[in-house]
Design a binder for this molecule. Structure first.
Ligand code: UD1
Ligand code: F6R
Length: 650
């Protein structure tokens, strides 16, 4: 995920070298979030035009922070010059808008002269419209990013009225933007000033002062009906203050600010931080911090507290969870939404996948689809297979990459082979890709890491945009892969009139997924208690499911093996009677997926087979289910809110 870092020093003597080091170090603290390129923007050595102001110098590089260091070194900046008042901004980029390239690295400039530079986390959803508008005004674009539009919009609005203060200009720009953002902006027209603003993307400001802070909050500056600045949003408040209660005794006090999207890069410098709220515009101007509002919103506090961070670095990186894996599991309401963002039009119930659009005719000509993957990614293929077949009317084979290699089966030129991989680097999948390319088949990737080998070497594909997975066990990638594959099936079949109603129904279902996952995750504590009571300390367990829940059973068993070191077997419920039942007794923990779908009667019968042998399953069922016999279950987990059914018999 992208990361923002900014460093501002006022009345604190720092050399350019120290400033660069601070910025680069800040970025390295964000490395754990995953990224593929980096960049910083600082005051350079030469003047901007004929002014006394320094021009802005950008350093950018694809790859790791170490590559950025090499890039800066190769440009040999004057590291000795002392800059007592200075603002620098920096960014780690995880490519989603535009591939991994130097041109797409942030900071993005407003033009060749770097009048405005911007670092940005998030997605601007109306960037196409803004780009078209700016093109009509003569602007040209040198990156594929949505961020470049923001930088150019700053320049455009500035040129309309050069008298505005930086925060006023920002308000004007933000008014045009739709989507989510954490932004920092620096400009030659506002030397030693910087803007930090957010909407739906976190941003915080660390304050480091050598003198004690006068107050532990910052007043928000509002504009009242007479266009005057006030310090209360509430017109009824009787005592109106006309002056902000400054954090510092006076503006000559040495002070440093560390602005970041993530507390992990701030904590080593200071524990005093201010968390910005959505629509806050923080304006650092000659050492003073002012907070303005992008738009009026009722009910918000009129101060921002200076809080003391008590967390240790490791804790911050895990976002308050004990493990990255937990963090990633709980990220799923967001990650699943991000997979669909900008691709599913929920209003008109359509799907557009830019990554496969141009290949649709070839894909539709295929007489069979082959999915290839390993581990969790393989399970997501199994989970989606029936829906894929239903929508496309084309048979789908799913293979483990290693088994596919062992068999080296015949592949034809009109086959479409879909490679599913979180990392995009898995060796077995890569080898299969080479094999299928050599056979002349069309290859499609479904990959999380932009710029990875599979993403690069496939003919086309879809990035799942789930954000990096740091936990060793794959979690959020599974749900995003599933959604990406559903979107592909919808896109392939969107020309078939007879499936139109079904399409609308599925898209409706997709729109509800993030909220439903949120609801499921609320049951975490309850599920933990059940696990402690019935499974903890056991050596082996079964997980049973059928239909699309067969994949859930296999994936569940894989996770339990990897994380709990308990032998777990995922079983297709129809196979119980063909041997597996021999293992079932009152001691073997069994989890049964018995959600309401077209297989419910068959699953009910599987549960009966288990209980007849004194098995006491933990049943995962649809909320409010009245059909299941609960009397012999050890526990019921009613956590799957009803979603649209995948009818495997059509
Ligand atoms: C792409 C851009 C996005 C831009 C959008 C609209 C990237 C990474 N994404 O998103 O910034 O906003 O267009 O113009 O540049 N690909 C493969 N194999 C894979 C995965 C992807 O070949 O395994 C290819 C796709 O065919 C496509 C490119 O990579 O050419 C980007 O894929 P994806 O990010 O999914 O496309 P969009 O969502 O359209
Ligand atoms: C399981 C897990 C692995 C991966 C597998 C494929 O939790 O993480 O089974 O799913 O190694 O990796 P990718 O998806 O990166 O190809």
């Amino acid at each position: 995920m992208c990361g923002i870092f900014g460093y501002a020093n006022y009345n604190v003597e720092k050399t350019r070298g120290q400033i660069i080091e601070n910025l680069v170090e800040g970025l390295s603290k964000l490395e754990y979030r995953g990224y593929d390129s980096t960049g910083i923007g600082i005051d350079g050595e030469h003047e901007f035009g004929h002014s006394a102001v320094k021009a802005i110098q950008l350093y950018k590089q694809v790859g790791k922070v170490a590559s950025l260091k090499d890039e800066i070194k190769s440009q040999n900046p004057d590291t000795a010059e002392v800059l007592p008042n200075h603002v620098g901004i920096a960014h780690t980029r995880w490519a989603t808008h535009g591939g991994v390239s130097q041109a797409n690295c942030h900071p993005q400039p407003s033009g060749d002269a770097n009048e405005f530079i911007v670092v940005h986390n998030g997605i601007i959803t109306n960037y196409r419209e803004l780009k078209t508008l700016l093109k009509t005004k003569g602007y040209t674009f040198s990156s594929d990013t949505d961020t470049e539009i923001i930088a150019k919009l700053f320049k455009y609005c500035y040129e309309e009225d050069t008298e505005m203060e930086f925060y006023q200009l920002t308000k004007k720009v933000l008014y045009q933007l739709q989507g989510s953002y954490g932004l920092m902006v620096k400009s030659v027209y506002y030397p030693n000033e910087v803007i930090a603003t957010r909407k739906g993307s976190p941003l915080l400001i660390g304050v480091k002062s050598h003198q004690k802070l006068k107050v532990d909050f910052v007043d928000v500056e509002f504009i009242n009906e007479n266009n005057e600045v006030t310090f209360s949003s509430n017109a009824e408040v009787s005592i109106r203050r006309s002056e902000s209660r400054a954090v510092l005794p006076d503006s000559n006090v040495p002070i440093e600010y560390f602005i970041s999207s993530d507390a992990s890069s701030v904590i080593e410098h200071t524990k005093k931080v201010i968390f910005l709220e959505d629509d806050d515009i923080a304006h650092l101007d000659c050492g003073e911090l002012h907070i303005h509002r992008a738009r009026k919103s009722a009910g918000l506090s009129s101060t921002r507290r200076v809080q003391t961070l008590e967390m240790e670095l490791g804790e911050i990186m895990k976002g308050g969870y004990d493990h990255f894996m937990m963090k990633e599991i709980f990220e799923q309401p967001d990650s699943t939404f991000n997979t669909m963002r900008g691709r599913v039009d929920f209003k008109n119930k359509t799907v557009t996948l830019g990554g496969i659009k141009d290949y649709l005719n070839s894909i539709r000509r295929s007489r069979r689809f082959q999915m290839i993957a390993c581990g969790t990614s393989y399970h997501s293929c199994l989970a989606v297979r029936s829906l894929f077949e239903e929508l496309t009317g084309v048979p789908v084979s799913v293979d483990l990459a290693s088994d596919f290699l062992d068999r080296s089966p015949p592949i034809f030129r009109d086959d479409t082979i879909i490679f599913v991989s979180q990392s995009g680097e898995t060796a077995d999948s890569m080898q299969c890709l080479k094999y299928c390319r050599a056979a002349g088949a069309l290859t499609v990737g479904v990959v999380n890491s932009v710029g990875s080998s599979i993403s690069r070497d496939t003919d086309c594909g879809v990035h799942i945009n789930a954000g990096p997975e740091i936990g060793v066990a794959s979690t959020k990638a599974y749900t995003s892969q599933y959604i990406a594959l559903v979107m592909i099936a919808l896109q392939i079949s969107n020309h078939v009139i007879t499936t139109a109603a079904r399409h609308r129904e599925i898209i409706e279902g997709l729109s509800e997924i993030p909220k439903k996952i949120e609801k499921v995750l609320k049951q975490a504590e309850f599920i933990k208690q059940i696990s402690e009571k019935y499974i903890h300390g056991r050596e082996s367990m079964l997980i049973v499911g059928r239909g699309y829940q067969h994949a859930s059973a296999l994936e569940g068993a894989l996770k339990i093996k990897e994380i709990s070191y308990i032998h777990a077997e995922g079983v297709q419920a129809g196979e119980l009677k063909h041997g597996v039942l021999a293992l079932v007794d009152e001691n073997l923990p069994i989890v049964a997926f018995a959600t309401q779908d077209s297989f419910s009667p068959k699953m009910n019968s599987a549960v009966q087979q288990i209980t007849a042998r004194d098995g006491r399953p933990i049943i995962i069922c649809t909320e409010g289910d009245k059909m299941l016999d609960r009397t012999k279950a050890s526990a019921m987990i009613e956590l799957l809110p009803e979603t649209i059914q995948i009818d495997q018999e059509t």
